[in-house]
Design a protein around this ligand. Structure first.
Ligand code: NAD
Ligand code: UD1
Length: 337
């Protein structure tokens, strides 16, 4: 059983690579390193103790990707490759639509050519938009508020339509909530470019002294302490969710959208305090105005993942904070050597 991981050198892809190998399957990684480093693949190899087949290929380049299908017997595809920065997607929408949709078209056409039928897609809780109907259940109406989100929404629709027209296909749309943390070795983790947009990498850089203080975006939300509530899940739990989805796809046809979250919402200040407790340090912070586009509360109804995939998240918020800080301490400049 061999799994093609597009974007496999990225944050979630690299962790998933390890969990798939741990589960006894083979992997082939394709990444153009647009938002990652080849060093991540070296670290993955260090963790698993052997070489991992990987190609520096753009998933929109059909000829180059065809070679990967020719050289490897692929049984299923996990499609992580894509751009993911919300703010950048507002400034450069075409770049986002092009990369995030073209890569799917190219993959589907090659999968057809080579008789590969199982497709696991990296979707996002962003498809629930700013719905207030928490916890989010998969059958809620979807709709987005930025181009990045629309690329997820459109990919979901394209994949549903394609699977409907091609009944041999098995498509799993995994809607991730907020992955944080890192592999417990501290060898791989989240390595954002420049000043982080997301909460956990920002917190890590404040803890390390690289950034002065955390700016908490709003404390006037209708939440228990007024700060935004999210469903943070450990990236290793998320990675294991992919293993379960790959196994599920092998035995089921058609399309399923499945949330991957813990089902628990924590506020920004909950996370700050958990980080302080887990790592025995103090995080300076100030309260700033709300960030445009942010909702108050987002967390998963995770029943479907348990029922269909037999998957539940196991790690705690403290585990996530400890592992994120371990990665940051060991790699103050990320993968830069
Ligand atoms: P990431 O940027 O670390 O990983 C994406 C990888 O895809 C990178 O290594 C990048 O170089 C590669 N890539 C981009 N375009 C490519 C192309 N055309 N060809 C080949 N490689 C390409 O991001 P991540 O956090 O690991 O996210 C993985 C997927 O999960 C993305 O699709 C993202 O939108 C989705 N997602 C992420 C989050 C999150 O919080 N991190 C939440 C929901 C969904
Ligand atoms: C953001 C994206 C979302 C994407 C997700 C995962 C936006 C508007 N949304 O979600 O589309 O799917 O990342 O990549 O960018 N916060 C602070 N200070 C900070 C950073 C964040 O207070 O410096 C707060 C936010 O207001 C939010 C929470 O922390 O309440 C989590 O923020 P973040 O990590 O950026 O994730 P999301 O906003 O959920």
């Amino acid at each position: 059983m061999s799994v093609l991981l597009t974007g496999g050198a990225g944050y979630i892809g690299s962790h998933t690579c390890i969990e798939i190998l741990n589960a006894g399957m083979d992997v082939v990684v394709v990444d153009n390193y647009a938002n990652s480093s080849p060093i991540a693949m070296k670290r993955v190899e260090e963790i698993v103790g052997h070489e991992v087949k990987h190609y520096a290929v753009d998933c929109c380049d059909e000829a180059a990707l065809r070679k990967v299908f020719e050289e490897n017997k692929i049984d299923s595809v996990v499609h992580f490759a894509g751009y993911k920065a919300v703010g950048e997607s507002v400034r450069k929408p075409l770049m986002y639509y092009k990369n995030n949709l073209d890569s799917t078209f190219t993959l589907l056409s090659l999968m057809k050519e080579f008789g590969v039928t199982d497709f696991i897609f990296s979707s996002s809780a962003t498809v629930y938009g700013l719905s207030e109907a928490v916890p989010y259940k998969e059958d809620l109406p979807t709709g987005c508020i930025n181009p990045y989100g629309w690329t997820k929404f459109m990919n979901e629709q394209i994949l549903r339509d394609y699977a409907f027209a091609n009944p041999e296909m098995s498509v799993v749309l995994l809607r991730y909530f907020n992955p944080i943390g890192a592999h417990e070795s501290g060898l791989i983790g989240d390595d954002p470019e420049g000043i982080p947009n997301n909460l956990m990498p920002y917190v890590c850089q404040v803890a390390s002294g690289k950034l002065e203080k955390l700016h908490v975006f709003g404390n006037d939300y209708p939440t228990p302490d007024g700060t935004g509530v999210r469903d943070y899940l450990h990236v290793v739990d998320l990675a294991q969710g992919h293993v379960a989805a790959i196994k599920y796809a092998k035995d089921h046809k058609g399309t399923e959208a499945i949330n991957l979250g813990t089902g628990i919402g924590y506020s920004v200040l909950d996370l700050v305090h958990a980080f302080e407790e887990a790592n025995d340090l103090t995080l300076p912070y100030v309260i700033d105005p709300r960030r445009p586009g942010d909702g108050a509360t987002s967390y998963a109804d995770s029943t479907k993942a348990k029922e269909l995939l037999g998957w539940t998240a196991k790690k705690t918020l403290v585990d996530m904070c400890r592992d994120a800080w371990n990665w940051q301490k060991k790699n103050p400049r990320g993968y830069e050597e």
